[in-house]
Design a protein around this ligand. Structure first.
Ligand SMILES: N[C@@H](CCC(=O)N[C@@H](CS)C(=O)NCC(=O)O)C(=O)O
Length: 211
C-alpha cells in the first residue's frame, strides 16, 4: 500500500496510527502542503485525490481510498485485529461520537484550508486566527474531557478509533499553543497512547518528510 501523507497533517497521522496498529507495511509518498503553493494541487496528485487533500491510501489493487475515517474503518473491516471499534453497538456509537467531535467538529474548522481562507481571503490578523483556532479546540476538548472515563485510553482499556483521532488533535493543539491545563484526562490519554510503538512511530517528528 502507498500512503500519501504530510508529516503535520493530523488526518494523515490518524491513518499512520491505524496502519501501524494493524501491523500493515506501507510506502509513504510525502505531499508537501505548503511548498510551491501546495503539491496537493499538482495534476499528478489531483489524479489520485480529486479533493486535493491528504491522506489518500492506494491499495495493492491500485484502488485509492480518501477521507481518513473512511480509510481507518476500511482497514478495520479488512484487517480486524486489533479491532478499533468495540463489538457492542452502543459502545461503537460512543467511540464514534468521540472520534467525530475531533474529525467533524474541531478539525474541519482548524485545518490549513479554512485558516488560509481566514487569512488570505477574509484578511483576518494572525491573533484573530489564533483565537479562532484556540476557541474550537477548547470547545471540542471541553466536551471530550467530560465524556472520558477512567482510561487509560479514550474508551477504556482498549485503543479505539477515538484514540486514533484524539492523539493527532492534541499534537496540533500543542503546536498551536492551546492551553491544555483544563484537560487532564485528554493529556493522560495522549500520554498512554504515545507509549505504544504504533502511535510513537506515527508521530510527525518520526516521518521521513518531517522538517
Ligand atoms: N476530512 C478529511 C480531511 C483531510 C484534510 O483536510 N487534510 C488536510 C491536511 S490535515 C489537507 O490535505 N489540506 C489540503 C490543503 O491545505 O490544501 C480527512 O479526514 O481525511
Amino acid at each position: 500500500m502507498k500512503l500519501y501523507s504530510y508529516f503535520r497533517s493530523s488526518a494523515a497521522y490518524r491513518v499512520r496510527i491505524a496502519l501501524n496498529l494493524k501491523g500493515l507495511p506501507y510506502d509513504m509518498v510525502p505531499i508537501h502542503l505548503t511548498k510551491d503553493g501546495g503539491h496537493q494541487r499538482k495534476a499528478e496528485f489531483k489524479a489520485v485525490n480529486p479533493q486535493m487533500r491528504v491522506p489518500a491510501l492506494e491499495l495493492s489493487s491500485g484502488e485509492v481510498l480518501t477521507q481518513s475515517l473512511a480509510i481507518v474503518e476500511y482497514l478495520d473491516e479488512i484487517w480486524p485485529e486489533p479491532p478499533l471499534l468495540p463489538a457492542d453497538a452502543l459502545d461503537r456509537a460512543r467511540v464514534r461520537a468521540l472520534a467525530q467531535i475531533v474529525a467533524c467538529d474541531i478539525h474541519p474548522l482548524n485545518n490549513l484550508l479554512p485558516l488560509q481562507y481566514l487569512k488570505r481571503t477574509l484578511k483576518h490578523e494572525q491573533p484573530e486566527i489564533d483565537a479562532w483556532y484556540h476557541h474550537w479546540v477548547t470547545d471540542g476538548f471541553t466536551a471530550i474531557e467530560a465524556m472520558l472515563g477512567a482510561g487509560p485510553y479514550a474508551f477504556g482499556s482498549q485503543v479505539t478509533l477515538a484514540d486514533v483521532c484524539l492523539s493527532p488533535q492534541v499534537y496540533n493543539a500543542r503546536r498551536l499553543k492551546v492551553p491544555l491545563d483544563a484537560f487532564p484526562k485528554i493529556a493522560a490519554v495522549e500520554a498512554a497512547c504515545l507509549k505504544l510503538p504504533a502511535f510513537d512511530k506515527a508521530r510527525p517528528e518520526q516521518q521521513p518528510d518531517a522538517e
